[in-house]
Design a protein around this ligand. Sequence first.
Ligand SMILES: [Zn+2]
Length: 263
Amino acid sequence: MTTHRNCIICESPTDIVEYCHMQGCLYVRCTQCDLIYVDRFATNEQMMQAYTGGGLKSFRRRLFGPLRKLRNISGYAHFMQRARDIFRSVSQGVSTRQNKRFLDIGCNKGFLLTAAIEQGFDVYGVELVKELIRPFKNTYPQFAGNISSEKFSVAAQGFDADFFDVITAIDVIEHFEDPIQDTRNIYRMLKPGGKFVIQTPDVDCSQAIQLGCDWGALKPLEHLHLFGRKNFPTFAAKIGFRDISIHDPYEDADGNFIAIMYK
Ligand SMILES: [Zn+2]
């Protein structure tokens, strides 16, 4: 019998069953908490390839990236409206004093950062795909130095403890190779009382249950750990977060949930 990687929530070597074989990887499932995770990750190269969409997409971004501003992105008005709606809910209850700091991990094109700038926040971002965030940097050169294009685990080392009022990770924690370590870093970087908001796929949603291995969120080169609205509070409490609440997603996509928690 082969042994599988332990569940990061239960830390139990037993009760791990094979879930789906796909793209040369194996998803396993913890029968205690229902966490679904990739047993052994693909190589860094294979994972990076999945992020940049291979050669062509990345080439196109490089070609059109240098001069583009955010407004030139097609669908700008729609994306901005969505970002403002999300940020309104993210910043709810956050103090209105000056010098509020906001970090968006996996900030993509920077729409959420832009919505935060409009609300007077100092903004910071982490985005692995450099070309994606270039129009934001062109538009807000004063914040360009606050954007890191390292993996979060590396970028986190550059941030002080007790620094941020709000941190978001929208559709991101499923990508973390070491969610315990990365989420501990997020906790460290938040001010006491600071707020952390995530959106991530939900293993408890009806699509996940009905579709099994055909569930759209199963992408073993990108989605390494899939949580659910039932097990996430246990995970977050283990890191030290308090007042953890689960909500319906900003975007349902393949079935997501939102969790809000405080340091
Ligand atoms: Zn478990």
